[in-house]
Design a protein around this ligand. Structure first.
Ligand SMILES: Cc1cc2nc3c(=O)[nH]c(=O)nc-3n(C[C@H](O)[C@H](O)[C@H](O)COP(=O)(O)OP(=O)(O)OC[C@H]3O[C@@H](n4cnc5c(N)ncnc54)[C@H](O)[C@@H]3O)c2cc1C
Length: 262
């Protein structure tokens, strides 16, 4: 469990950010599920409950989600289901249990850029932007590639597009971390294939996505695309799976996901 010297509940993002950068060991507290697994000695913990960041807003061309929104809220949101189908719900619904999902937050997850993250890979297939207090708004893909810098993640935006999408994951046991996760989206004839838990952070399989865009999603093209993706992406080994296993299984998950956006 982490320890805090002090805790503050700022009422503006400006106040939260200025406290965050005041000392090296000051830190934002989201749902704190991840933080409590470690033994960090935090200076001032910045608890964000007073910033009103727990919401999902349905706007004309996008859906806005506050950083303190929990996985359970995502999972049960009709706004998300109506606009993006079940991809977001599917990505979070198997993580541990309902009580856990009532605690963990969008901000804590995206800011941490966990390689295994189920939510990040799902959002990457959609047209998603993140908004940080200092660095401002940028695409999720850009944020994932950006060098670490202390900042405050305030909200995300998912642009509404007439897309179909799918999410797949593979776990050794039901409540374990995924050893591989895949998301796919189809917007008009454009295909986006994303793979996470490689075990590195989710990324877009650009060559495979380009190959399939504009083509018929038949068995032959799907097989070729999944082979291209497994060739172009870097996989690694850890305690959950070997590089070779991940590489082979990525073809299976990509095929299954593509069959669902056909
Ligand atoms: C036992 C366990 C099992 C898990 N299994 C899975 C799994 O199978 N799949 C999966 O995808 N995820 C899994 N997770 C991760 C989980 O889903 C969350 O991503 C994680 O707990 C972080 O969210 P949090 O709200 O708890 O963040 P916290 O623990 O509060 O914070 C995590 C980090 O993010 C920072 N932070 C928090 N909020 C913000 C913000 N708004 N702006 C800037 N920085 C911020 C904190 O300072 C800290 O460094 C698991 C976590 C645990 C503890």
């Amino acid at each position: 469990m982490f320890t805090l010297t002090d805790i503050t509940q700022p009422s503006t993002a400006e106040e939260a950010y200025s406290t965050l950068i005041k000392r090296k060991n000051n830190q934002v507290i989201g749902g704190s599920a991840w933080l409590r697994m470690g033994k960090k000695r935090i200076g001032t913990g910045i608890e964000l409950s007073n910033l009103n960041l727990d919401y999902i807003k349905d706007e004309d061309s996008f859906v806005e989600i506050g950083a303190m929104t929990t996985f359970r809220t995502l999972e049960t949101s009709l706004v998300l289901k109506d606009n993006f189908g079940s991809i977001i719900e599917d990505s979070v619904k198997d993580i541990i249990g309902v009580q856990f999902r009532n605690v963990v937050t969008v901000g804590g997850t995206i800011y941490s850029k966990f390689g295994f993250s189920d939510l990040i890979v799902a959002l990457l297939a959609l047209d998603c932007d993140v908004e940080l207090y200092k660095a401002g708004r940028m695409s999720l893909a850009e944020f994932l590639n950006k060098k670490y810098e202390k900042d405050l993640l305030l909200k995300i935006y998912i642009n509404k597009k007439n897309s179909t999408s799918s999410y797949k994951s593979l776990r050794n046991a039901k409540s374990d971390y995924p050893l591989l996760n895949v998301s796919v989206s189809k917007t008009d004839s454009n295909i986006k294939i994303c793979v996470g838990a490689r075990p590195q952070i989710a990324t877009i399989a650009t060559k495979a996505s380009e190959f399939l865009s504009g083509k018929e999603l038949n068995d032959e093209n799907i097989n070729i695309a999944s082979q291209i993706a497994s060739d172009e992406l870097v996989f690694g080994s850890n305690m959950r799976a070997s590089r070779e296993y991940r590489c082979e299984m990525s073809k299976v998950l990509i095929k299954r996901a593509l069959m669902e956006v056909k």
